[in-house]
Design a protein. Structure first.
Ligand SMILES: Nc1ncnc2c1ncn2[C@@H]1O[C@H](COP(=O)(O)OP(=O)(O)OP(=O)(O)O)[C@@H](O)[C@H]1O
Ligand SMILES: [Mg+2]
Length: 229
């Protein structure tokens, strides 16, 4: 609701993602892509419908599950890379990335080592990992954000334009890191504006238009159909 007016961000959207699959999401700015991921991550509560997630403990409807259950899933099983980094003040990048591991009980030194290795893989070398993300460039911040989600190897990873601020070379590093996690079995839903990442990473594509599904099909058929999206 906005100023008493009801705005519909998504309507009649239905799709499924198989275990280990990468579903790419495309659509014009404002078509509802981020809202879709926010519903899955339970940032938004849909007014109707269900979002069924198969966890290790059985099926859970994310639209009705108690907060406690959702928080537990976010702690380990479901990762989310938001479109924009909310920089944590006065925390070095390495600690920002290690934090989710530590809060899950990992040893601090080991977690920081894994964090540094992930940052390095994304082109943020050791020296820079000591810096505060708030002082970093947009593309560096984006990679810190991505590293934080990748390092925990969640079962389901939601990526909201994780490579949008990166130059082609750095984007390749990010795609390699994402592919590495996918090869390890992580299921992913990722939003991309740019066709190369979409085609390289996705198995299937879901195209949104004005909050509805416009098209869904194999990634290799997406480019021709989606020219101009
Ligand atoms: N919390 C909210 N309150 C009001 N309107 C919202 C809210 N969240 C999303 N919307 C509206 O829903 C529509 C879809 O927004 P969304 O962020 O999902 O778009 P998007 O496809 O991710 O766009 P972009 O490519 O620019 O990131 C927009 O018109 C937006 O203003
Ligand atoms: Mg968005």
């Amino acid at each position: 609701m906005l100023g008493g007016r009801r705005l519909v961000a998504l309507e009649d959207v239905s799709f499924s993602v198989e275990r280990g699959e990468f579903l790419g999401v495309v659509g014009r700015s404002g078509s509802g892509k981020s809202s879709l991921l926010r519903c899955v991550y339970r940032r938004y509560l849909p007014t109707a419908g269900s979002i069924v997630y198969s966890s290790d403990d059985g099926e859970i409807d994310l639209s009705t599950a108690p907060d406690r259950g959702v928080l537990r899933l976010r702690g380990g099983e479901i990762g989310y890379v938001s479109q924009f980094l909310r920089a944590i003040p006065r925390t070095p990048a390495r600690d920002v990335v290690a934090e989710p591991l530590i809060s899950r009980g990992a040893d601090g030194d080991e977690a920081r080592e894994r964090a540094a290795a992930m940052l390095d893989a994304l082109g943020i070398p050791d020296g820079m990992a000591d810096a505060f993300p708030a002082t970093m460039s947009g593309g560096e911040q984006q990679r810190v954000n991505l590293a934080r989600a990748l390092v925990g190897a969640p079962r389901l990873l939601l990526l909201d334009e994780p490579t949008s601020a990166l130059d082609p070379e750095t984007r390749l590093l990010a795609m390699e890191a994402i592919k590495g996690l996918k090869n390890g079995g992580t299921t992913m839903v990722g939003i991309f504006h740019e066709m190369e990442s979409l085609e390289t990473l996705s198995d299937r594509v879901l195209a949104l238009e004005a909050g509805r599904v416009r098209w869904t099909g194999p990634a290799r058929e997406a480019a021709g159909l989606l020219a101009g999206v």
